[in-house]
Write a protein of this length. Structure first.
Length: 367
């Protein structure tokens, strides 16, 4: 079994065992470790052992971070490759901590803070906006680069994108429409690339925490197994080469977010995104996958994000109360009561055996 498969298998076991607190911690660690792929980094066996102790409740996340820090401070037989492993281990533990915190503020300052907390002591520029222009050679572009924001326009561009998103209302949008908008926002702020390094990991953590404010459950498999795809999809969403017929497209990123939020199972292959990839048969695969997203039952529902979150909570626990739903999705009980009434009117749910001792039944198929 490869090292990648080993950590995935061992951490997945905690989810299979079904203990909610352990499952939540395991999901956070899997996302954190998987995200290191975006920069070609791999975590150590020591990190995996430490993660398991944290998941099992033997140590806190703060203790886990101290152990990892001490582990590298005490090493005297360090190899050349160990600096990268050290970065992966430290940043993984910090991502896990951030994903476990029930706090979030939608602002550029929050994104800056996330970057600082992830990379403090790793990069000198942690949490600081770059003061020079950058290019990055991309495999998916045959060595070409995305055109990133000029360093002297970063602040204004950030303020504009965040203000525009804050003013946007998701009320009344279907999940498919909401995903398209979330994808565009994630793509736009990533293209700014405000930091010298660590942009993709900081973007991923910010977007995950932002999506959770809608009451959405993020499927850890997407980041666990396909973080490099996530980065390449962001690249293709921001690259044009009109001379050679290459146009910026968010379709690959939409497929990733579909798996992330809708539990679809579209095959995410990096080679589909390569600019030299011209095989007609495989192009049809990509197109048909996107058509399936738009045709799927879950997408054709007249169901905004917050209503979908309620449906998923009811599926998880048919006995859940409206007060419990309100706490889970961060809405008032009055709002939840109104949303539940709408779902009943649409014929999506019904109440069995009365209010006091009854339970909910979902009348539609979300698979």
């Amino acid at each position: 079994m490869s090292e990648d498969k080993k950590w995935q298998f061992e951490l997945e076991e905690y989810i299979r065992q079904g203990e909610p607190e352990q499952a939540e911690k395991s999901e956070a660690w899997q996302i954190a470790i998987g995200l290191q792929q975006v920069d070609g980094l791999k975590t150590s066996a020591y990190l995996l052992d430490t993660a398991k102790e944290h998941i099992e409740g033997k140590i806190s996340i703060d203790e886990a971070q101290k152990r990892i820090q001490s582990y590298y401070e005490e090493r005297t037989d360090r190899k050349d490759t160990e600096d990268e492993t050290k970065e992966a281990d430290i940043v993984s533990s910090r991502i896990t901590q951030l994903l476990g915190e029930k706090t979030f503020q939608f602002s550029p300052a929050e994104w800056m803070t996330i970057h600082r907390r992830l990379f403090e002591g790793v990069f000198d520029h942690a949490g600081k906006i770059r003061t020079y222009n950058i290019t990055k050679k991309e495999w998916v572009l045959k060595g070409d680069t995305v055109i990133y924001a000029s360093w002297n326009s970063i602040k204004d561009t950030l303020d504009y994108d965040f203000r525009t998103e804050k003013e946007f209302s998701y009320e009344g949008l279907s999940l498919n429409e909401s995903i398209k908008h979330l994808v565009k926002f994630a793509s736009d702020i990533w293209q700014i690339h405000p930091f010298a390094e660590g942009n993709t990991r900081a973007t991923a953590v910010f977007i995950i925490k932002y999506m959770k404010t809608f009451g959405l459950k993020v499927d850890n498999d997407a980041f666990k197994k396909h973080s490099w795809y996530f980065r390449n999809a962001l690249v293709r969403a921001n690259y044009n080469d009109l001379k050679n017929g290459i146009h910026a497209t968010t379709k690959y990123l939409e497929m990733f977010f579909s798996n992330l939020l809708m539990e679809t199972d579209y095959e995410l292959k990096n080679r589909y995104m390569h600019v030299d990839y011209v095989l007609e048969q495989d192009e049809k695969v990509v197109q048909s996958a996107m058509e399936e997203v738009s045709k799927g039952k879950i997408c054709t529902l007249n169901c905004p994000l917050d209503e979908l979150a309620i449906l998923k909570l009811i599926i998880e626990n048919p006995n859940i109360t409206q007060k419990e739903i309100a706490n889970r999705i961060g809405k008032s009980e009055r709002t939840v009561k109104n949303k539940v009434a709408l779902l009943k009117e649409k014929g999506y749910i019904r109440r069995l055996n009365g209010k006091r001792n009854g339970k909910w039944e979902v009348l539609i198929d979300l698979d």
